[in-house]
Design a protein around this ligand. Structure first.
Ligand code: GTP
Length: 333
């Protein structure tokens, strides 16, 4: 392409677990052959999402020092600078924001004159999980802001709900943001044509909309990351997490991470969205003593509570293994 022409920017937003990475992977696959750069901003320090993006990009930048909307920091500007001055500019830049980001703040950057000379914000895309978005609209301020700021709303996971409910969601989205185009998808599969067209600069006045909603969990979302060298019992972990999701559905918005199970060297991706929990094989562990890591994202979460949930599912290190590990640390073996 165009070595010194502008870079098309697509800002992908949507609440935790809605399907942003799934959509991004679909878009990267569809645009294979173009120079596509990805900026991934993850909530919490752990770099799990970076591993989940299909390797179909020219370059991936992971910004894990907090939510880019809260700290519009040098990290993001540094990346934009690198891209602007690169010998061959990319065609497209995809920015996947965290599930709690205020995309409006990020979108503002591209209105700056200096930034606008190089980067053209083409679309703010909001991915909405058909199964959970209605609940999250009433419970979280983040969801409504993401819908309102967008030019394109993708109601994803429509395979989980009835066509009547999808129609209801379409009118709900339209009532919240009458300016946005609304499309439906399963597994983030949309036609690439949806990326065409110019950005819709008009957005609804959010203060008016917010008055109609009761927000109970505003700005309280946080992450708790639990790491262990021990292995998990598969069935116990599934049971423990399923029970927690049933009971604490309103508190735990997302669980994700990679774990090692007893008797297996498979690297297993554990994920929850809403009340759904999935375990998915993701290759094999390369380290001899891998660290299993689970990130819980939600409101009112405490490490002690997460430990209580996970403890019964963890196989304790035997005294022999501990002894061996201590000897190894001391350089005895
Ligand atoms: N059945 C079904 N599962 C889906 C669909 N879209 C996404 N998923 C699953 O939903 C989970 C979350 O998808 P992601 O793409 O990681 O969601 P995300 O918005 O990037 O998540 P965060 O970055 O944590 O906010 C994954 O297990 C996906 O495989 C869909 O249309 N149908």
């Amino acid at each position: 392409m165009k070595s010194q022409s502008t870079i098309n920017v697509y800002l992908i937003t949507g609440f935790l677990g809605a399907g942003k990475t799934t959509l991004l992977n679909h878009l990267l696959k569809s645009l294979e052959g173009s120079r596509n750069v990805v900026i991934e901003n993850e909530f919490g320090k752990a770099s799990i999402d970076g591993n989940l993006i299909a390797k179909q990009y020219s370059q991936l930048y992971e910004l894990n020092n907090g939510c880019i909307c809260c700290s519009l920091d040098e990290e993001l500007y540094d990346v934009l600078n690198v891209l602007a001055f690169s010998e061959q500019r990319p065609d497209n830049l995809f920015i996947e924001t965290t599930g709690v980001a205020d995309a409006g703040t990020v979108a503002e950057i591209f209105k700056r004159e200096d930034v606008g000379k190089v980067f053209k914000l083409k679309k703010v895309i909001c991915v909405a999980d058909a199964e959970t978005v209605e609940d999250y609209i009433t419970e979280t301020e983040e969801t409504i802001r993401q819908i309102v700021i967008s030019d394109l709303i993708i109601i994803n996971k429509i395979n989980f709900v009835s066509p009547e409910y999808v129609a209801k969601l379409e009118s709900l989205m339209h009532s919240l943001n009458p300016f946005a185009e609304i499309i439906l998808s399963a597994d983030g599969k949309i036609s690439i044509d949806a990326l065409e067209g110019e950005r819709q600069e008009k957005t609804p006045d959010i203060s008016e909309i917010e008055q109609n909603f009761k927000h109970t969990n505003v700005h309280k979302i946080k992450t708790v990351t639990y790491k262990t060298e021990n292995v998990y019992y598969r069935d116990y972990l599934m049971h423990a997490l399923n029970v927690s999701l049933m009971i604490h559905y309103k508190q735990i918005y997302r669980i994700k991470g990679f774990v090692k199970f007893e008797g297996s060297n498979e690297k297993v991706l554990v994920q929850s969205t809403g009340k759904r929990l999935t375990f998915e094989n993701y290759g094999t562990w390369e380290d001899d003593d891998p660290i299993s890591e689970l990130v819980f994202i939600g409101v009112g979460l405490e490490m002690a509570a997460v430990q209580r949930i996970l403890r019964p599912a963890i196989k304790k290190v035997t005294n022999d293994k501990l002894k061996t590990m201590r000897l190894a640390i001391k350089g005895g073996i």
